[in-house]
Write a protein that binds this ligand. Structure first.
Ligand SMILES: [Zn+2]
Length: 200
């Protein structure tokens, strides 16, 4: 899965603001700014439960950027990744990216300084922000202390594997998915497990 579609680092440079236009009506510049749909809230609730204030979340289509990102309570999705309703999308990769960005909203709503941590990751990885998403399965035992991008990537990968029950390469197995689920479950105890992939 490409990591280039993701990232919140650019949010700091863009000075993002939140407009108030009824969704999903496009703005005059082709952008969209809308609340979550009921289906998206139900979808997100399966993982994040009450730990996100869904009423504050806005979903933006940012057609002029090639990076998805989150800032405070807003998701900024690219032309390719934006959907009017992720709950009805059949593209599991796009739905997983949506969950990744929502993980950043969860972090923000629970005290994380997204911009400050993203800047720190940028420098920690020598300016190569793509490296910030990498994690090792050994890291799963230390979920609470991982970086914002590692946490979001684990939640995203868990969601994708759980939804598709299909490992994306030979190295990925249902056992790996269970390990991710175990890590996520320590923070979100009620997450579902796809019964197709319950056994290694
Ligand atoms: Zn991210």
């Amino acid at each position: 899965m490409t990591r280039k579609l993701r990232g919140i680092f650019a949010a700091a440079a863009l000075g993002l603001t939140t407009a108030c236009t009824p969704a999903p009506t496009p703005l005059s510049n082709g952008q969209i700014n809308r609340p979550l749909t009921d289906g998206e809230i139900a979808m997100a609730y399966q993982i994040f439960g009450d730990s996100i204030d869904y009423s504050r979340v806005r979903v933006h289509k940012n057609a002029h950027s090639d990076n998805n990102r989150a800032h405070k309570s807003s998701l900024y999705m690219t032309q390719a990744s934006y959907r009017d309703d992720y709950a009805t999308s059949r593209n599991s990769q796009v739905r997983s990216i949506f969950i990744h960005e929502l993980a950043h909203i969860w972090q923000s709503h629970n005290g994380k300084d997204l911009v400050g941590e993203a800047v720190g990751l940028f420098f920690r990885h020598g300016g190569d922000y793509d490296r910030a998403y990498d994690y090792d399965l050994f890291d799963l035992n230390n979920f609470e202390n991982l970086s914002i991008e590692q946490q979001a990537s684990i939640i995203e990968d868990y969601f994708y594997l759980n939804e598709t029950a299909t490992p994306w390469n030979a190295a990925e197995t249902c056992r790996n998915m269970e390990q991710r689920a175990g890590a996520v479950r320590r923070v979100f105890p009620d997450i579902p497990i796809n019964p197709v992939c319950r056994k290694p």
